[in-house]
Design a protein around this ligand. Structure first.
Ligand SMILES: Nc1ncnc2c1ncn2[C@@H]1O[C@H](COP(=O)(O)OP(=O)(O)OP(=O)(O)O)[C@@H](O)[C@H]1O
Length: 273
């Protein structure tokens, strides 16, 4: 299983000579089986950093530094090679599950097409794989779900289906950008549990991007706090949240006391929820 080493990643937008740097040299390591959180206020550079790992930034973005997956450099890789990495090795789950689901295709055809293209399975084997994936992400009636369209599911179920799509080719790395932000709080907890269980059982290296420190404290093993394009503090989530060293981390935690409390509650009940 692979580790992702992000080193001195810089991202700027604009024309040559008139660029604005939005990420100023961040370094992070994503390890198999662990959830690395990336926190920080809106506009701090979390999303563009995630997109850079997948080579999904627009052409107006200038990216430098290094993103190595199992020793292979992804920064500067050709679009053709990146296409092979995307989906197969690195997958992404977005805030809006519709971003990864086609509204006019059944869930079954999307999942089986995806699996057939990338894994070259027969029709029958790809259908079996689709049912297996839907079962794992706990979509009710997986067989029936194959014949339904995305809009026939609840928001939480759609996000589970998007996670199934992301997992279809057994990726080694999963980037999850605000995966629960659009969901009700009660539904959020189920999706977060699922992500945590999947990271552990599949040895997935997960980058969890969220501005929600409650979400972060519930599932991230480690957290990096971004501000204005730089990481101001990073470390094990428990340490960062209970003994923040940087004034900005303290400020964030003060503005969201429930995150701090939820971590304390979880620890007193013997583990993370
Ligand atoms: N395509 C683009 N062209 C120019 N600037 C961009 C582009 N995409 C993002 N930016 C800028 O990059 C900075 C970082 O944006 P980013 O979306 O990564 O922030 P974020 O921390 O994920 O915030 P949010 O939580 O609101 O999504 C912002 O100033 C944003 O305006």
């Amino acid at each position: 299983m692979s580790t992702v080493h992000i080193r001195d990643l810089r991202i700027a937008f604009g024309r040559p000579g008139h660029t604005t740097e939005v990420v100023s040299g961040i370094s992070l390591t994503l390890s198999p089986g662990r959830i690395q959180g990336l926190a920080g206020e809106s506009g701090s550079g979390k999303t563009v950093s995630g997109l850079a790992v997948l080579g999904l930034l627009p052409e107006t973005a200038h990216v430098s530094g290094s993103v190595r997956l199992a020793g292979t450099e992804l920064v500067g890789m050709s679009e053709r090679d990146l296409n092979r990495v995307r989906g197969a090795k690195v997958a992404m789950v977005f805030q809006d599950p519709s971003a990864s689901l086609h509204p006019q295709l059944t869930v079954g055809s999307q999942l089986t097409d995806h699996v057939r293209t990338h894994l070259r399975l027969t029709k029958r084997a790809s259908r079996a794989r689709a049912v297996e994936l839907l079962t794992r992400v706990q979509v009710p009636d997986p067989d029936g779900a194959l014949h339904r369209y995305p809009h026939q599911f609840s928001g939480g179920q759609r996000q589970r289906i998007a996670i199934a799509m992301a997992l279809a080719c057994d990726p080694q790395v999963l980037l999850a950008d605000e995966p629960t932000t659009a969901l009700d709080v009660t539904v959020q907890a189920g999706i977060l549990h699922l992500l945590r269980d999947l990271a552990a059982e599949r040895d997935l290296a997960v980058l969890l991007i969220t501005h929600d420190l409650g979400v972060m404290s519930a599932v991230a093993d480690d957290v990096a706090v971004m501000r204005h394009g730089s990481i101001v503090e990073s470390g094990p989530t428990h340490r960062v949240f209970t003994a923040p060293e940087h004034p900005y981390t303290r400020e964030l935690l003060t503005s969201m006391p429930e995150a701090h409390e939820s971590l304390i509650d979880e620890n007193s009940s013997g583990g993370q929820a």
